[in-house]
Write a protein that binds this ligand. Structure first.
Ligand code: ZN
Length: 183
């Protein structure tokens, strides 16, 4: 198990258009495994290669209890629309309201280079869009409708509260909105 360091907003690596993966070798398998380890270690629901400083088109997503390893992913269809809170492991302590398709179908390759298709609805669709944006140098803060402010989380019924009462130290203040793990 290898946990890699997560690159944070302000680093140029998050702003690059990542290159397609051409070699399906041991190095790629290790990268994907390390990315999954790093995602789970940080309680994330997705992680893209540029978030660990590797400018290749690869990401991992686990938003539905299944680990998806996606190499050279492309969204081939989008349906509907959803608006909801979103956070990012590379943008710690913040959250925003982002509009995404309700359902997407993604074509990709697996670690061996075999073609795969993943269809996701709801949060899985959101996670797939978020990770593929990372491969194009796009962060959710670029496209969000608005920032979710700390005070507002307690007041706005549409956004799950994150802040814990002052007398409780159970959770750090940077925890993303409940049920919406960072991507
Ligand atoms: Zn992210």
């Amino acid at each position: 198990m290898a946990i890699r360091k997560i690159v944070e907003i302000g680093d140029e690596k998050l702003r690059k258009h990542c290159k397609p993966v051409e070699k399906f070798d041991l190095r790629l398998k290790i990268l994907l495994r390390d990315m999954a380890d790093t995602m789970y270690e940080n309680d994330g629901a997705g992680l893209a290669a540029p978030q660990v400083g590797i400018l290749k088109r690869a990401c991992v997503v686990d938003a539905d209890g299944t680990l998806h390893e996606l190499v050279n992913p492309e969204i081939v269809s989008r349906e509907g629309e959803q608006e909801g809170p979103e956070g990012c492991l590379s943008v710690p302590g913040r959250a925003g309201v982002v509009r995404r398709p309700m359902k997407v179908t993604v074509k990709a390759q697996d670690a061996k280079g075999e073609p795969i298709t993943v269809t996701g609805e709801g949060f899985l669709a959101r996670a797939l869009c978020h990770e593929i944006d990372h491969l194009n140098g796009v962060l959710y803060v670029d496209i969000m409708e608005r920032e979710i402010l700390r005070d507002e989380k307690d007041e706005d019924a549409d956004v799950p509260a994150t802040d814990v009462p002052a007398d409780s130290a159970a959770q750090p203040a940077s925890t993303p909105p409940d049920g919406e793990a960072c991507l």
